[in-house]
Every structure is written in structure tokens, then in C-alpha cells.
Design a binder for this molecule. Structure first.
Ligand code: DGT
Ligand code: CA
Ligand code: CA
Length: 593
């Protein structure tokens, strides 16, 4: 390593030590060391490393000299690696928020158990940060603003946020007198878990008033492009939005084109060419002859009999492909065989599992959660509060858990709500794969969700074995968020997906689609093959409030992207069938009773 790289490591060490609350002298020694090193010529550093005389430089002690030498010669430093691994990565990320230094981060970590930017945002929203000594309302405001900016100018956006931003714009466009048709397109329409920018498409004969309306939308912060048939803006939330305007007869072709994906479009164009046609945003026109696709579309016509996407696909001998499947992953071949699955729909979801109450880290009581589920028209609701090892989430011990089970049984018996409640637990998978509760406790529940909440830094092999051991527990009903990822915040831990999915299928264990917009885990890319091999899916909002029960819609989007049908979902089954499923599971666990 050269001196600049070494200095960066020393500065990192200083920050990490400060986050850990180390003695300020020690922290300063590293920061000073970094500055001194940068002032020394490279040759002198090299010479002193080989002569072992670095410690003679004023301000560089014995210990520091050794670490610099190790970095200089090997490019690595075990002390640094260990230090880095000893802190949640979320803490270091918090340093990127303006106004949040190591001292404050240490305070929120220790006093509020906040270990990620997401948790910090939640704590600020609840006013818990302002209440800390040395913080106050102003600081809390500033932190929230910093988090918002960081998200906004980051490259991508959560699908749920993008969707919430786009909905009123789309409704506004549709309400304009000049607009004949309006749709969103791009990754938002394809239900990608994250979205780069919003794409809107409008059919109109009179584009100018529509462009004017769009660039004056109250959330517009900056107009980045404005023309006769298109406009681009940046919204206050930081997300960018493109509007394209086309004459009505071009709408369906443009909609298909701008929905994408690029891969899907490329394959569709090849298919069109093989039939002597040229397919583009302009239309479907004969491939031969002179002129561009645009000129041909305008002069020779673009097949005006095509007015819907269904007709466009049909013109190429295909079943209509839902936008969620247009990823260029074999959907065209299957559509040719007319064998596309009948994708699950939100209205087919009969209930949801894996939800929290105030007993652990939820914000609404059991009764409030059930009332919320009933208002959504759900037939059943699964409660699964944290287990005792999740101390930071106020996990329930055996006594509290059994009391909750009794309360749930009583609530069901009272028939106060039309929604049936299943008693469960989100049981920690301990680092060695054992579960946080003994069998005789688990036996008293309706269902058991198992989840990793600790020792995230285990390697791929260890983590895979840990998950499989938990799956093999006969009381396990379903596996929660298999990778622990937080979209746009932290990648999941590495696991061998094939082996985990195989184990789940072999043991009749369900895997959830965690429908929290930050998680969407297990990812849609795994579902098609896994479900074909027999894996059953449960849509679990992981709701910590009544409002979050509605997250299940994001879960349905993932299920649809994963080619799933109603039959492949536990949460689309009628109550009686779910009961039967759980009863059979328990029988397997206790064959004697
Ligand atoms: P994003 O915004 O990064 O989340 O992803 P998309 O898919 O929304 O991409 P975007 O906004 O750049 O463009 C929207 C659609 O327009 C895209 O899915 C396919 C189509 N498109 C854009 N540029 C091209 C291109 O160069 N070739 C092809 N075949 N299609 C394109
Ligand atoms: Ca886009
Ligand atoms: Ca775009």
C-alpha cells in the first residue's frame, strides 16, 4: 500500500474506534498518524519500514509503526479487519448522514439499539431520537432530512415509494381533457423491486397543455428537459420522471416499447423480423421497403387494427405477456406455447403471516392488528412476535409467549372479529441453527416462522448449514427473509439458494416473500424454478403497524414477477385448508399424539 491508502486505513480505524467509544487519545493517535504519514515522502516511509525506524518519527508510536509497516508490506491489517467486522455495517453507513458523527451514532446504537439507517429513520419518526440527551427536535429534523437526501440522490428507489409517487401523477394525467390514455411504463410497470426513474406515456392529439401540466406538478423541483412531445423532471423526492406523448394510434406500440425490458424488446423485435415485420415504438410495419420505421409507420400505416397489447402480442402469434414477466427470461417461448401461468392477484390473498404487535417491536396491539386485517378483508392473520434472543426487539420469553397464545385463543373464541388469528412466533435461528424455543413450547403454537437476526457475518457455508438445520426442525413452518437483505441499504448474507430451497421442499417448509418494501426476500428471481420444484410460498408483510399490513401488495408484485399462481401460495388458501396444513405439520412433529 502507498501512503495515501495507509492513511485512509488509519483514518478508518480512528472512526471505528470512536464508534466503539474507545479512549479519545487512542482515537487521536490514529488520526494524527494518518496526517503525519501523508506529510512524509514515500521513499522515506519505504526506507523506515525496511530499517524498522518508523517509530522514531515524532507522533508515531511503536504500535502505530508496526501497523503501518504491516500495511506497507502486506496491504492488509488483521487488527483493522477484526475491528471492522465487530461493528454492524449500518453504523458506518450512518456516518454518511450530515450532522451525525461517531458520538451521536454510538448514542443511538447503545440507547435505542439502532443499527441501520432504516432503523434510525424509524426512531426519528417516532420521536425517540429527539428525546435522547444531547439531541433534541432540531437534530432529529436534520437527521431525517439527511436520510431523505441520501435516498433521493442515490441511484435507485424502492418500488413502493416510486409507485406511491407515480399514482397521483398518473391519476392527474388521466383527468386532463386532452389525454385519451395514460399509463406508467418502464420498471415501475414491470414491478421491479427498485426503480431508476418513472416513465409515463400519454395518448393525445394536443400535447402542449399536457406537457405544461406535467412540468407544473407541485412536486417538481427541476425541469431537466422539455419539448413538444416529451418532458423530464426531477421531483422533490429526488426521483426523476419522464413523460412521452404520442398520437393515439401509436399508443399501444409505444407502451409496449417503453415498458421494456430492453432484453424482452430485443427478443420481440427478432421475432417480428422472422415474420417480415419491423417492431418499434412507432408501430409494427413491414420490414422490407425503404425508409425508417417511423416513416413507414406514418406513410404506410402501422396496423391500425392493433389497439391493445393483447392484440399486439397476438399479431406475433403470442399469448399476452403480463408486464411483470417481460424480463427476457423465456417468457416469449412460453407465450408461444400458450402456457403462461395465471399469475396470482391481490384479491386472491386470503390472509397474511408474520406480523408483530406491541408485545415485541410492533406499534399496534393484537386487537388493533386484527381489526386492521379485518378492514382489509382478510380471512386470517398470523401473529409472530420476536423470540427471547432478539432482546433489542423486546423478544418474548416462554411465559410471555404462552400468555400471548392464550390471549389469541380467547380472542378467536370471543368472535369479536371475522378474521381468524393464528398464534405463532418469529423464532430466532441461533448461530448454530438451533431454535430459540424448546419443542414443548413450539408445540403449543399454530405455526413457527424461523429467522436469522444475529451473527450475520457467518460465511456462506456456515449460514447455509444454519438455515438448513432450522428447516429440519420438525416444528418449523416457514422460513422468513432468507437473505436478510435491505434493498438499497445492505446486501443479504450469502447462502447456497439451491440447497436451502431443496431442504425446504424436502421438509415441507414454506418460504416467505417478505413483503416489506425494503426486503422483498426471497427475491422473485428464485421463485419460478423453486415453485416448479414444489416450494410453497407465503406472503408475509412483516407488519409492525396496522398500515404495514397493506405491504402484502408489494409481496404480490414479487410473486407475480416470480411466475407464481394462486395454487403455489399458502396465503391464497381458504382458512380451512390453512388449518389443515398446520395440523398436518404438527402431526408430523408429534407422531405419537
Ligand atoms: P429503470 O428506469 O432503470 O428502473 O429501468 P427501465 O426499464 O424503466 O428503463 P428506462 O427508464 O431507461 O427505459 C424504459 C423502457 O424503454 C425500457 O425498459 C425499455 C425501453 N428502452 C429504453 N431505451 C431502450 C433501448 O436503447 N433499447 C431498447 N430495446 N429499449 C429501450
Ligand atoms: Ca424507468
Ligand atoms: Ca426513463
Amino acid at each position: 500500500m502507498n501512503k495515501g491508502e495507509i492513511a485512509a486505513v488509519l483514518n478508518d480505524i480512528a472512526t471505528l474506534l470512536e464508534l466503539k467509544g474507545e479512549n479519545p487519545f487512542k482515537v487521536r493517535a490514529y488520526a494524527n498518524g494518518a496526517r503525519i504519514l501523508e506529510a512524509l515522502p514515500e521513499e522515506e516511509i519505504a526506507r523506515r519500514v525496511s530499517e524498522e525506524t518508523l517509530q522514531e518519527v515524532k507522533g508515531i508510536g511503536e504500535a502505530l509503526a508496526q501497523k503501518i509497516a504491516e500495511l506497507h508490506t502486506t496491504g492488509k491489517l488483521e487488527f483493522f479487519e477484526k475491528l471492522r467486522a465487530s461493528l454492524p455495517p449500518g453504523l458506518r453507513e450512518m456516518l454518511e448522514i450530515p450532522g451525525l458523527g461517531p458520538k451521536k451514532i454510538k448514542a443511538v446504537h447503545e440507547q435505542l439499539a439502532v443499527d441501520s439507517i432504516m432503523a434510525l429513520e424509524a426512531a426519528c419518526r417516532e420521536g425517540r431520537v429527539a428525546a435522547l440527551a444531547g439531541f433534541g427536535e432540531k437534530t432529529q429534523e436534520k437527521i431525517l432530512e439527511g436520510i431523505a437526501n441520501r435516498k433521493a440522490y442515490g441511484q435507485r428507489h424502492l418500488w413502493a415509494e416510486a409507485f406511491a409517487t407515480a399514482e397521483p401523477i398518473l391519476a392527474g394525467l388521466r383527468a386532463l381533457a386532452q389525454v385519451q390514455q395514460a399509463e406508467h411504463a418502464g420498471s415501475l410497470r414491470r414491478r421491479m423491486e427498485t426503480v431508476g426513474d418513472l416513465d409515463f406515456l400519454v395518448a393525445t392529439e394536443d400535447a402542449q397543455p399536457v406537457v405544461d401540466w406535467f412540468v407544473r406538478w407541485p412536486e417538481v423541483k427541476e425541469i431537466t428537459a422539455q419539448g413538444a412531445t416529451k418532458a423530464s423532471v426531477r421531483l422533490q423526492s429526488g426521483i426523476q420522471a419522464d413523460l412521452r406523448l404520442v398520437p393515439p394510434e401509436q399508443f399501444v406500440f409505444a407502451l409496449h416499447h417503453f415498458t421494456g425490458s430492453k432484453e424482452h424488446n430485443v427478443q420481440m423485435r427478432q421475432r417480428a423480423l422472422a415474420r417480415g415485420l419491423s417492431m418499434s415504438e412507432w408501430g409494427l410495419v413491414p420490414a422490407e421497403g425503404v425508409g425508417t420505421a417511423k416513416e413507414k409507420a406514418e406513410q404506410m400505416g402501422r396496423r391500425t387494427d392493433i389497439t391493445s397489447e393483447a392484440e399486439l402480442f397476438a399479431a406475433l402469434g403470442l399469448q399476452e405477456i403480463p408486464p411483470e414477466l417481460r424480463e427476457g427470461l423465456g417468457e416469449i417461448d412460453v407465450a408461444e406455447q400458450r402456457a403462461l401461468p395465471c399469475l396470482v392477484e391481490a384479491k386472491e390473498i386470503r390472509g397474511v403471516f408474520h406480523n408483530h404487535t406491541t408485545e415485541s417491536d410492533g406499534h399496534n396491539t393484537l386487537e388493533e392488528m386484527v381489526a386492521g386485517a379485518q378492514a382489509l378483508g382478510l380471512d386470517y392473520l398470523g401473529i409472530a412476535d420476536h423470540s427471547k434472543s432478539s432482546v433489542q426487539a423486546r423478544g418474548l420469553d416462554e411465559t410471555r409467549l404462552l400468555a400471548q397464545v392464550a390471549a389469541i385463543r380467547q380472542l378467536n373464541a370471543s368472535q369479536r372479529f371475522a378474521t381468524h388469528v393464528f398464534a405463532g412466533t418469529e423464532c430466532d435461528i441461533l448461530p448454530d441453527g438451533r431454535l430459540d424455543f424448546a419443542d414443548e413450547i413450539l408445540a403449543q403454537l399454530d405455526y413457527v416462522v424461523v429467522a436469522v437476526h444475529s451473527a450475520f457475518r457467518q460465511g456462506r457455508e456456515e449460514m447455509t448449514a444454519r438455515l438448513i438445520r432450522a428447516i429440519e426442525n420438525p416444528y418449523t413452518t416457514m422460513l422468513a427473509h432468507p437473505t436478510g437483505r435491505l434493498l438499497l441499504e445492505r446486501p443479504g448474507y450469502e447462502i447456497d439458494f439451491d440447497r436451502v430451497i431443496d431442504a425446504a421442499i424436502a421438509h415441507g417448509v414454506i418460504i416467505e416473500i417478505n413483503a416489506s418494501p425494503w426486503r422483498l426476500d426471497l427475491d422473485w428471481r428464485h421463485w419460478r424454478r423453486a415453485a416448479e420444484r414444489g416450494l410453497l410460498c407465503s406472503i408475509n408483510p412483516d407488519a409492525h403497524t396496522v398500515a404495514q399490513l397493506a405491504y402484502f401488495h408489494a409481496g404480490v408484485a414479487v410473486a407475480r414477477k416470480g411466475w407464481l399462481t394462486r395454487e403455489q401460495m399458502l396465503t391464497s388458501k381458504p382458512l380451512a385448508e390453512v388449518r389443515k396444513h398446520f395440523a398436518q405439520r404438527k402431526q408430523r412433529a408429534q407422531p405419537s399424539s
